[in-house]
Design a binder for this molecule. Structure first.
Ligand SMILES: [Zn+2]
Ligand SMILES: [Zn+2]
Length: 335
């Protein structure tokens, strides 16, 4: 509980000999990062497209659903950089595992896209139920068409005609399957797609109106829920699949409520288990300029003298270097 989340997580994966391979779409390339550090490409504004879970080097589980509005950048070396989570000025040539204060090693960007519903659409359209329903509709209509065709072209109606209906029906069904697949997609998925598109537009309006630093918010949010979930027993990974709603309560409380669909990956009894649920997170704005982290996670290393110090104190107790640790949004509640 008292360790900084990333390190704790890394040790847990090592203990179980698990590697999570995450693939990113960057332009026309597919790049990857591995939690066992076997291969870590530099990612610039990449969209997650798959996660593969290996236990003892054997692929055990794959996930393909992600929110394409979130873009990831992994800090690359050789430049000065403000930590997207805590605001510390970092010299990237000197750091190995991300920010020395909060351990963040990525930068998240939330982009306004019209494709917010695309992955959802893909998900529904690729499901087996959808394929089976389409197949049934396809066969019924194909048989009906071949029956009408035989009925209107042959003068008699005997056993041979029935066999013909059967044969023509099957050939027609095979030929028309893709057409039905596409037409059904339009009819069945249309309402879902329009609903998701409306949600997406509402979120765009939210960010335009609220005046919140969106990039900072998403980095803080991700940092906070990562800490929250990595401290739970058996959780080895999480992903936000869809941001459903944002509500801002300005003024005294100064908080944002985020409703999201989340997928948690557990490692239980040597098995990878995936569970999806909906949760609401309340984040408060830290207006003091100094972070208030939970007990035990406040300890950071002083950038000047290397001593272990309290991040919320504002300055190093030993050499009095100012610690400008500015995490803006802090998770206060999850339900
Ligand atoms: Zn940081
Ligand atoms: Zn110091």
């Amino acid at each position: 509980m008292s360790l900084i989340s990333d390190k704790y997580h890394e040790e847990r994966l090592k203990q179980y000999n698990i590697n999570i391979k995450t693939k990113y779409i960057v332009g026309n390339n597919i790049l990857e990062r591995n939690t066992n550090n076997s291969l870590n490409d530099d990612i610039k504004s990449g969209i997650r497209c798959s996660k593969e879970y290996y236990v003892n080097n054997v692929l055990k589980h794959t996930e393909r659903e992600f929110d394409s509005r979130i873009e990831y950048t992994f800090m690359t070396k050789g430049e000065e950089y403000n930590c997207p989570n805590c605001g510390m000025l970092l010299n990237l040539s000197k750091i190995e595992d991300g920010c020395p204060y909060c351990k963040t090693h990525y930068n998240i960007d939330y982009v306004d896209k019209d494709l917010g519903s695309k992955y959802h659409y893909d998900h529904v359209i690729h499901s087996n139920v959808y394929r089976i329903i389409t197949g049934i509709i396809d066969i019924v209509i194909s048989f009906l068409l071949s029956f009408l065709f035989i009925k209107s072209t042959s003068r008699t109606f005997n056993e041979i005609d029935i066999i013909k209906i059967f044969v023509y029906g099957i050939i027609l069904a095979l030929l028309l399957y893709y057409l039905f697949y596409s037409i059904d997609a339009y009819i069945v998925i249309g309402p879902i797609k329009r609903y998701k598109e409306r949600q997406n537009n509402k979120q765009k309006a939210f960010w335009q109106k609220s005046n919140i630093d969106k990039r900072k918010f998403f980095n803080n949010f991700n940092y906070e829920i990562e800490k929250y979930y990595y401290n739970m027993d058996n959780v080895i990974d999480y992903d936000i699949l869809d941001y459903l709603d944002f509500k801002y309560f300005p003024g005294n409380k100064d908080c944002v409520k985020v409703k999201a669909r989340i997928r948690l990956i557990y490692y239980v009894d040597h098995k990878i288990v995936s569970k999806t649920s909906t949760a609401t997170y309340t984040l408060f704005k830290n207006n003091d300029g100094v972070t208030k982290l939970d007990d035990g996670i406040n300890i950071i290393m002083c950038p000047n003298c290397g001593a272990s110090i309290d991040a919320s104190a504002g300055e190093c107790a030993y050499c009095h270097t100012k610690i400008n640790y500015l995490q803006e949004w802090i998770l206060k509640q999850k339900n």
